[in-house]
Design a protein around this ligand. Sequence first.
Ligand SMILES: [Zn+2]
Length: 293
Amino acid sequence: MSRLLFVTLLLLMQLRAAVTIDLSQDAIANAQTILVTLYADANEPRIDRLYVAFDGKRWPFYRNPFRKGRSFYALVPASFYAKPGVRKLVVVTVERGRKHYYAFNTEVYAGAYKVEKLHVAPSRAKISSKNRKRISAETKEAMRIYRTSTPKLYIKAPLALPLQSRITSAFGNRRLFNGVLKSYHSGTDFHAPVGTPIYAVAAGKVVLAKDRFFAGNSVIIDHGQGIYTCYYHLSRIKVKPGTWVKKGTLVGLAGATGRVTGPHLHYSVRVNGVQVDPVAFTETFNTLFSKER
Ligand SMILES: [Zn+2]
């Protein structure tokens, strides 16, 4: 072997060893999230830019605030409508103007989501043109919120759930309203009689606190870096838009406002604009706090 080739190989081996990348899972159901962590050794040249390429999109890396040194993390959600199949997840780093690619084989499989039949009052099932306008404005407002990604992460501790209760309707159930298929269940429903206290799952800023057609009294919290949590059908809202909350702050009381069949808490999570399974996301995100990462 020539000396030059030997030196090149040695350098390549060093480059490989200097960046450690870890995936929380290499197979996820649709609407689940892969957590990618990256640690760059101090000897590694400065990483000027890095991102994940997955499913035809780029997903941002952020500095991991829970680890010392050059640690980064990225949340890569698959949408509920993601087609099952094998996909390459590629971590791209740019060092001194040169791109480096780290490819992983991942799979999105079809989640075991159920079909649910629901009956609601015809006035709520059949939507008047006035209400259609209202719904459209509310959807636009929410989408504007979810498209915004605050660079700072406000989360300081592992995510909690908004209350300790049993799940009455899981995320992802396909729903037949009065016999008509209407999309899927975009959150997790918890058993919660009217008046049950509902708490913020982590620190953040309240970005929406108002009554809406489907969701009723709603609170949305921005946790930074593209993470939002939503608390719906509240009987009373206890926070105002712009309020900073801590993990465990009372955000409202459970109720039966909006389009519901009875009192409960509908809890949902958005990650980088994508609606994900809140319970699965909580588990995945919280691995950021485990020692191995
Ligand atoms: Zn729900």
